[in-house]
Design a protein around this ligand. Sequence first.
Ligand SMILES: C[S@@+](CC[C@H](N)C(=O)[O-])C[C@H]1O[C@@H](n2cnc3c(N)ncnc32)[C@H](O)[C@@H]1O
Length: 196
Amino acid sequence: MDGARRALADELYAVSREHDAAQADRLDRFRNVEPETAELLGVLIRATSAQSILELGTSNGYSTIWLADAAQATGGRLLSLDVDASRTELARNNLAAAGLADLVELRTQDAGELLAGAPDQGWEFIFLDSERPAYVGYLPELIRTLAPRGVLAVDNVLSHAHELVEFTELIEREPGLTQTVVPVGAGLRLAVRDVA
Ligand SMILES: C[S@@+](CC[C@H](N)C(=O)[O-])C[C@H]1O[C@@H](n2cnc3c(N)ncnc32)[C@H](O)[C@@H]1O
């Protein structure tokens, strides 16, 4: 990420943290991914040359800037969803300020609905960062829509492990995935779909 874009991302992160600290209800917080996790996502997309990238949980677009920056490096594109239309609009403005608007499709849409209608093995990289209770329901579709050698990255698996007990049990039983949990930020599960 170039210096000007990094400065913009850092500023957005700082402003979001300040906003979040003033919100009593967690759902009113932007809850941006930690910068070191965002950096790792950018490295992984570049390392895997992923071009079809999906983000579930845009918020105000902080992580989206990192994913789109990586998509620019691989010649790829990003689709990012949030159920909250006001957040989609914030993200639209932030991506435009970062010069990344052309690389990203932002939609106000439910993650489960999108996954159910997505083609088999279509995504080379998925970043899952929405509402954790829904993840168990998403799992079959996440696996169905992940490309061979595609990477699924799931945030908060250490910070909120207690909310992800069933999801963790299920995904760790999946035979077609090679996985690890990286203790970066809030804890990032990385699962690569094996080539059959
Ligand atoms: C943790 S925040 C995402 C933070 C963002 N990835 C970042 O790092 O800047 C979770 C977001 O998921 C959105 N969300 C919640 N349920 C959703 C659903 N079913 N489908 C899509 N987005 C959802 C929320 O509105 C919220 O903005």
